[in-house]
Design a protein around this ligand. Structure first.
Ligand SMILES: [Zn+2]
Ligand SMILES: [Zn+2]
Length: 135
């Protein structure tokens, strides 16, 4: 828990118990949980937790660069504590969600523009579903 609270403090976030638990959960669950997933997982341990707190806390983490939000589906925001450059793949058959890695893209921005972040989101069929589909 110690590392997590220092990490929050260093990024200007007061480490309340709820924030710490949410941050810890994100770091221990690399399956890209939604705010609802996190709320349901933490509720037994923190009965006073509200969905609003979970949403606000996650948005705060994203604002501070401590997490990224992945919106492959516009009605489903998932959160990732891995803020290094990587893309995401969602299987349209089983709903599986995967990290994908790619080389630094060579994108020419208009002169004078500066990118802060970019996202690579792909939808398709995972290996298992693809094999089922082609059988
Ligand atoms: Zn699949
Ligand atoms: Zn990811």
């Amino acid at each position: 828990m110690k590392i997590y609270d220092e990490h929050l403090i260093r990024n200007g976030i007061r480490p309340s118990v709820q924030r710490l638990k949410i941050f810890e959960f994100l770091h221990k669950n690399h399956n890209h949980p939604t705010a609802d997933n996190i709320y349901e997982a933490l509720l037994p341990a923190i009965p006073t937790l509200s969905k609003t707190t979970v949403y606000n806390t996650l948005n705060r983490f994203v604002d501070k660069g401590l997490a990224v939000v992945v919106n492959i589906d516009e009605h489903e925001a998932r959160y990732d504590a891995n803020t290094s450059a990587h893309g995401h793949f969602k299987c349209i058959s089983c709903g599986g969600f995967f990290d994908i890695h790619f080389p630094e893209p060579d994108i020419k921005l208009p002169k004078g523009f500066q990118a802060e972040n970019y996202h690579l989101n792909i939808k398709g069929y995972c290996k298992v579903c693809n094999e089922k589909k082609n059988r």
